[in-house]
Design a protein around this ligand. Structure first.
Ligand SMILES: *Cc1c(COP(=O)(O)O)cnc(C)c1O
Length: 355
């Protein structure tokens, strides 16, 4: 258990919660009343506080705006039937945040600060957690470089913040994806494993080109040969071939997704065969042609499981089996949801109760 620390709270004078149409929540556009802030002065984190959600003011010379020392996390809080707030594996997000920080030359945030900031914030804005089926409160921790200096060097000062916002049920329509062989998301030695802003900036243009061709997302391939699959858009890629669950290893180029890891754990618990290894595009296409590829999906916090309906490779669209027939991904989606919403016993110790 994490020791609690004193975090001073300045409450919003008036809640905005009545202005929100909870029947119709648009993703990423509505924010709760408060935000958590901590500042790093070059030596330590201090001035932990919760304030009303508000704009930031900063110098145009602020380092993050120019050189992109910026990292983030994404996780969700859920409401159970007893009206308690549950957060799924936030300790894993705290650990990953620090891996991202080290790579981007930014200071680590202690698990204490990360989890307590998150806990106090979610507790304070608990009423913002929607309770309709499939809805949740999205939690966005992030850190930016705040030196007012446009020389290229690591900033000395930083700000760590967390804000939240209600999100609607994620009815993910099965996606059509294209195997990308021209652009790369990440290369060995680069920043692919880090949840840092630039990775997403660099992925927008290739994703836009694919969208113009009618694809929802890309399957990134390795930067050296474009032979091996990496991730599906901003999700980890998982496949069921014959009766084996397959996914590439999280290396320097693949983000270590918490959904991916949780799915692997459940599959192993259920006695399913799992293989974490490099998977070539050729192997996938062969498996499709031999009717051995049963399921393909993206794994990530937003959708948990995003079924892949078709994979395009070298100009050919390969349609995958109907989503209703996908035994594993449907089962694991339900199992994870049951844990997250507190409907199933949390045998793995994955859920943090906030209050
Ligand atoms: C966040 C993210 C994921 C998924 O991680 P989860 O912890 O499962 O949400 C996968 N790939 C990329 C590139 C990501 O940014």
């Amino acid at each position: 258990m994490v020791p609690t620390m004193e975090i001073p709270v300045t409450r919003a004078s008036q809640s905005k919660i009545n202005q929100v149409d909870f029947q119709n929540i648009q993703f990423g556009k509505v924010y709760s009343d408060h935000m958590f802030i901590a500042d790093y002065d070059g030596k330590q984190w201090s001035d932990l506080r919760i304030e009303p959600f508000a704009d930031l003011t900063m110098s145009p010379a602020t380092s993050v705006l120019h050189y992109g020392q910026s990292i983030f996390e994404g996780l969700k809080a859920y409401k159970n039937e007893a009206d308690e707030a549950l957060v799924f594996r936030p300790d894993r997000n705290a650990a990953r945040f620090n891996k991202s920080a080290v790579r981007m030359c930014m200071p680590e945030v202690s698990e204490d600060i990360f989890l307590n900031g998150l806990r106090e914030l979610v507790k304070l804005d608990k009423d913002w957690i929607p309770d309709r089926v499939g809805t949740s409160l999205y939690v966005r921790p992030f850190m930016i470089a705040t030196d007012e200096y446009i020389g290229v060097r690591p900033s000395q000062t930083y700000r760590f913040m967390i804000f939240t916002g209600p999100v609607g049920a994620y009815y993910s329509k099965p996606v059509r994806v294209k195997v990308e062989k021209q652009f790369v998301r990440a290369a060995e030695g680069g920043t692919g494993f880090s949840k840092t802003a630039g990775n997403y900036a660099g992925s927008l243009y290739p994703a836009q080109l694919a969208a113009q061709e009618g694809y929802d997302q890309l399957i990134w391939t390795d930067a050296n040969e474009h032979k091996y699959i990496e991730e599906a858009g901003t999700m980890n890629l998982m496949l069921v071939i014959d009766d084996t669950l397959l996914t590439p290893p999280t290396s320097g180029t693949i983000l270590d997704g918490i959904t991916r890891e949780s799915i692997l754990t459940l599959a192993q618990d259920w006695g399913m065969k799992t293989e974490v290894r490099r998977i070539s595009v050729k192997e996938i296409i062969q498996a499709i042609e031999q009717n051995r590829l049963k399921e393909a999906f993206g794994a990530g916090t937003a959708a948990t499981v995003a079924h892949i309906q078709a994979i395009a490779n070298d100009g050919i669209d390969y349609e995958l089996p109907p989503v209703e027939n996908r035994e594993f991904s449907n089962k694991v989606l339900k199992a994870l949801d049951d844990i997250k919403y507190g409907r199933a016993e949390d045998t793995q110790g994955w859920v943090m109760k906030v209050d």
